[in-house]
Structures are given as structure tokens and as C-alpha cells.
Design a protein around this ligand. Structure first.
Ligand SMILES: C[S@@+](CC[C@H](N)C(=O)[O-])C[C@H]1O[C@@H](n2cnc3c(N)ncnc32)[C@H](O)[C@@H]1O
Length: 295
């Protein structure tokens, strides 16, 4: 199989659907560094919550023979995924957890404000550490840790504590979904650019330390008028490998931690179709999901 060098990975691009791109294009104002909102740019460049929820819905139904209802979005940021979940079906309920109050508030002002009052009643946002999710965050059909945010838990004991807390928060039959990325390009100190509607998204891998696998990254945005928003977002992570993650998930009490590997589009990129796999290719960059369950 050809290398998936165009795959969603090191620069964390989650390519948006044509429908979403059209909606965003028509809404896009003339952007500059001084007028643009970094959360709006992040949403447009990085997130594709519709396809994320499609994957969760389809996988849950395949494994459990019914639809999930209660979803928790860990590291929820502006809660785009939680909002999409309650929009998706009138029986769906969502809980979003994040530590950053300013980001949560942006979500309340710009994302939750677009929901109907009935949808809002089914969505709860909490300023909490994901390792201490509280009563509202229990009894979940699906828990999500997306966009690699768990990499912020850099110490093994902390990540194990988180996975144990997730396991305890799942209802019988509940599933834990996380994404992960890797490939040799993910270890390189480099900048990657991708054109978006009205701006350029830049993913910079600033520093990788092979001794402890710590990785400093930054997101910058560049505009047509020549202005730039440098360090709009910065992350200090440990780049956990897929086998480390799967081992820790089993140690935390999950009985299965299945890798879902992306198919090949025949042109060197991923096809967006993720299936259970025990073997992957040594691609330059790849993104995958891990779906964990308890028998
Ligand atoms: C990369 S953003 C992810 C936003 C969104 N989930 C997405 O898919 O793009 C990471 C978020 O994780 C939050 N975060 C980091 N450590 C956390 C923790 N221990 N508990 C809760 N939230 C945490 C940060 O505040 C930040 O909003």
C-alpha cells in the first residue's frame, strides 16, 4: 500500500465535507490577523465533527446493535462535538468536560448559542479535569478523547488514572473512542501548510525530544493580506505510541483496545474509511482510532 502522506495526521487536518466547506465558504468574511477569531479558524481548519460522529454512530451500532444515547466529550474545548451529538437525534444527550474556562465560554457564546432550547437541555458543559468527571459524566454509552488531547497527560500514572476513570464512567456495553497519530513525519521538527477558505493553516512541530517523547507544537494562521497569527494555539505533549496506549488501556481494565486503521485512496492518501486491524503500513504519517470496550 502506498504511503498515506496526504493522510490526516501530523498537521492534524481533518478534511471537511463538501457540505461543510460550502457552508463555511459562504459565511467566510475577509480575514486578517487582527479581525479573525482563533477559535473560529481552529474549527474551520481542524475539526470535522460530522464525520467524527458518523464514525462513532456507525461503530457503536456495529458493535452493539443499537444507537448510543449518552456521549461524553472529554477535552471538549468549544464543545463542537457535543453540539453535533445533541443535534443528531432528539434522544441524544452530551456532557463536555474541559479545564479551560475561557474556551468553554467561547463554546457557550458561539456554539451552544446556535442550539435550540430543547437541544440545550440535553447538553451539559463542565469545567472539570477529565480524570475527575463527576456524577453527570457517568453511565455513558460513548466517551471520546479526540484530536489527540490526552497527549497532555505526559506521565504514565496520569494517563492510566484517566483511562481507569473512563472505564468506570461507561455504562454496560459502553465504548471509549480515541484518535492517535504517528509515522516518521510526526517526529520531525517542521512546518506544514494547508490552504483553507480565506486563510492558511500552519501546523508546526517545534521540538521533539526522543529521550522522553515530549513534543512542542504550535498552530499559526496566515492571511491573504500578509498578516499572521503566530502561536494561536500551542501544545506541550507527550507523543504516546499506539502500542503504549493499547497496553495502558488494557492495564486500566478494558478487555479490548482495537485499532481502526484507515484504508488507502489509491493516490497515496487515506480514504476516510477506518476498519479494525492488527497490521498497519509504515506510512510517513497516519491517523487511526482506538476503540476500547469491556466484555
Ligand atoms: C486540542 S484541544 C481539543 C479541543 C477539541 N476536543 C477538538 O477536538 O479539537 C485540547 C483541550 O484539552 C483541554 N485539557 C487539557 N488537559 C485537560 C484535562 N486534564 N482535563 C480536561 N481538559 C483538559 C484543554 O483545555 C483544551 O481545551
Amino acid at each position: 500500500m502506498a504511503n498515506k502522506t496526504q493522510s490526516k495526521s501530523g498537521n492534524r487536518p481533518r478534511s471537511v465535507s463538501k457540505r461543510t466547506a460550502k457552508r463555511r465558504a459562504s459565511a467566510a468574511p475577509k480575514l486578517t490577523a487582527s479581525t479573525a477569531d482563533r477559535h473560529q479558524l481552529y474549527t474551520a481548519a481542524v475539526q470535522n465533527v460530522e464525520s467524527e460522529i458518523d464514525f462513532i454512530d456507525e461503530t457503536y451500532e456495529t458493535l452493539r446493535g443499537k444507537k448510543a444515547k449518552r456521549l461524553r466529550e472529554d477535552f471538549c474545548g468549544t464543545a463542537q462535538t457535543s453540539a453535533e451529538w445533541v443535534r443528531r437525534r432528539p434522544t441524544n444527550e452530551a456532557v463536555g468536560l474541559d479545564l479551560d474556562e475561557a474556551t468553554l465560554q467561547w463554546g457557550r457564546d458561539h456554539v451552544l448559542s446556535q442550539l435550540t432550547s430543547e437541544q440545550l437541555e440535553r447538553l451539559t458543559l463542565k469545567n472539570r479535569d477529565v480524570r475527575d468527571p463527576g456524577k453527570k459524566g457517568q453511565d455513558m454509552d460513548a466517551i471520546l478523547a479526540m484530536n489527540f488531547s490526552y497527549n497532555a497527560l505526559m506521565v504514565r500514572a496520569d494517563l492510566l488514572e484517566y483511562f481507569k476513570a473512563v472505564r468506570k464512567s461507561l455504562a454496560p456495553g459502553g465504548l471509549f473512542f480515541m484518535d492517535c497519530y504517528g509515522g516518521y513525519e510526526s517526529l520531525m521538527e517542521q512546518e506544514e501548510r494547508r490552504k483553507c477558505e480565506g486563510f492558511t493553516y500552519v501546523w508546526e512541530q517545534v521540538r521533539y525530544n526522543p529521550i522522553d517523547a515530549s513534543l512542542d507544537t504550535a498552530i499559526h494562521f496566515e492571511f491573504k493580506d500578509g498578516s499572521a497569527m503566530r502561536d494561536a494555539f500551542t501544545y506541550h505533549w507527550r507523543l504516546w505510541t499506539m502500542p503504549e496506549l493499547r497496553d495502558l488501556l488494557l492495564e486500566a481494565g478494558f478487555t479490548k483496545a482495537t485499532a481502526y486503521w484507515e484504508g488507502d485512496d489509491g493516490e497515496g492518501g487515506g480514504d476516510g474509511n477506518f476498519q479494525p486491524a492488527t497490521e498497519g503500513d509504515a506510512d510517513a504519517s497516519w491517523i487511526a482510532y482506538i476503540v476500547s470496550e469491556i466484555d
